[in-house]
Design a protein around this ligand. Structure first.
Ligand SMILES: [Zn+2]
Ligand SMILES: [Zn+2]
Length: 150
């Protein structure tokens, strides 16, 4: 969903990404993803974006590979800076994680939400703290069966 920034004013406008076409195909999920954002102008070069992403991801356990449902409820705020309007001159810190730079007059909300999906992926995911994983030798799922190596 593309939003023309110049069309926004200081009153927050709500946007909802209705269909799931934007969702990254590399990530599995259960059911529909809900993505909504409020946008408003801050000044000549900056806009505020307050978004919320709700989705249940389906991720494999790092140790045994079984599929897990991982609910995500992610709320986030970005300051959208337009290069065109001079929002990226000098004062802007490239490392600022809360900054979303756009080069043209248009903000692609699908791109923002795709990025959020990847940011919410956990570094490590286990079906249980006690998951025993697969044996590297015989491939047995040690949660279910004994190792067959001898
Ligand atoms: Zn596991
Ligand atoms: Zn084994």
């Amino acid at each position: 969903m593309k939003v023309v920034l110049s069309g926004l004013n200081r009153r927050e406008k709500m946007f909802t990404l209705a269909d799931d076409g934007w969702f990254p195909s590399e990530v599995a999920k259960a059911g529909e993803a809900m993505a909504g954002a409020g946008l408003c102008r801050l000044d000549a070069a900056f806009w505020s974006l307050a978004g919320r992403l709700r989705v249940t991801l389906v991720l494999p356990c790092d140790r045994c590979g079984c599929e897990l449902h991982w609910p995500v409820d992610d709320e986030f705020i970005y300051r959208v800076a337009s290069e065109e309007s001079g929002g990226q001159d000098g004062e802007v810190d490239e490392e600022d994680a809360a900054l979303w730079p756009v080069s043209g007059p248009v903000l692609d909300l699908a791109e923002v939400f795709r990025e959020r999906v990847f940011l919410t992926l956990p570094e490590k995911i286990l079906c249980a703290e006690t998951c025993r994983g697969l044996c590297a030798g015989c491939g047995a799922d040690l949660n279910l069966e004994p190792c067959r190596c001898l």
